[in-house]
Design a binder for this molecule. Sequence first.
Ligand SMILES: Nc1ncnc2c1ncn2[C@@H]1O[C@H](COP(=O)(O)OP(=O)(O)OP(=O)(O)O)[C@@H](O)[C@H]1O
Ligand SMILES: [Mg+2]
Length: 458
Amino acid sequence: MYNGKVIICDDEVEILRYLSKILSAKGLELEVFSSGTSLMSVMENRGMDDVDLMLLDVKMPDVDGLEILQRVKRMKLEVPVVMMTAYASINSAIEAMKLGAYDYVTKPFPKEKIFGILEKVLERRELLKENSALKDELGIPSGATPLIFASETFRRVHDMAMLVAQSESNVVILGESGTGKELIASLIHNNSPRAKERFLTINCAALSDTLLESQLFGHVKGAFTGAINAQKGLLEAANHGTLFLDEVGDMSPAIQAKLLRVLQEGDFIPVGDTKARSVDIRFVAATNKDLEEEVREKRFREDLFFRLNVISLHLPPLRDRGEDIELLARHFLTKYAARMKREITDFTREAMQLLKSYNWPGNIRELENAIERAAILTRGNTITAETLPVWRTAQVPEPKQNGGKRLVSLETIEREHILHVLKASGNNKSRAAKILEIARRTLDRKIEEYGLEDEGIR
Ligand SMILES: Nc1ncnc2c1ncn2[C@@H]1O[C@H](COP(=O)(O)OP(=O)(O)OP(=O)(O)O)[C@@H](O)[C@H]1O
Ligand SMILES: [Mg+2]
């Protein structure tokens, strides 16, 4: 027997009847709704504080389960929501979990399934009560993303970032997408003398020129059509703090010229204004483009490059940080298991092997998404290989390393592999030759043949 209250909402009368029967037999108090609309109006009017569990059908004709779930989250109601989906719509189950559902069941389900969930939910109710009392006592802060790493490769960059943080120099952070550029930028700010001031971010690739300009510099009333009110720019808002210019490699020449002035003169003029305002800002910029190449190709101003690039940090891709994969995977598992209030604590050996052997073109962001998805799909308390999105791709050997489907020649692969090994061995040709199991002279020849000098190999 259980002690608690459950809400059931489904447009199928059969399901309502079935659930009512098995749940009331266990002594639970029930409230049954046959449409989303009726549940919504009750929710708005009286809240859900006394409810221990909501069982919602995903597909309903008027207001569907996902909408109700979203409303629950927006109203910040504590009640755990379990979605019932048809087997075919596993994607909506995943979406539901992302939106913060507690769990999902696929129809048809045996009653033990529901009882299992109920037990967890009721146990959790008790735990939450204790936890919130504990947290209040300890005053545990939530927030700041921790930086996870163990590899020497990343430690060097990290130490450098901490050192750089102390100075007032501008910094450029280079690295493939998802390697942690933004996280490092905030680390730099948080450990700098400006830590108490603001850290603001602008994405230079996401905005049109006009918008980027007015966001950065601000504008006076009537500066252009639509400028009904004066607006302060980020430069002004970030004064004394740090401004993070994300995707700086995508900034147009016009904006580059305007920004250069800020870096050279320490002042700027809002759009439509005539008077300059001085500012004191530390700039941290990031890009996944090869900025030096952009300068060579005259797409990025050299003078701006030198002003920004006082120090540059190069974040290694995840595939070059082998030791960190397991650590990061466990970190994300803890994070998402906690968020979903599920007890998933480990990976099968096969799953971990797979994570380590995949080459992660999307880097840490891709790994994080993979773990989140796997945590949602895993039923037990161990992540299995089948729940990993990389599982299927790993079954088919990929023609090209970075995940592309392009079919390429053996030569291309050889060239790429040699380059990869050379970079990984820190440009040490003897070591690279050993790894490749070829003579040093052969390596020299191939470097010349493949024009690898142009890739920075000497
Ligand atoms: N060392 C780390 N430890 C824990 N989490 C990390 C680490 N590095 C990155 N992450 C996480 O990985 C995700 C991607 O990081 P971030 O957004 O900083 O990358 P990025 O290089 O700016 O990516 P993009 O080029 O796609 O904008 C974020 O969710 C971030 O919190
Ligand atoms: Mg980023």
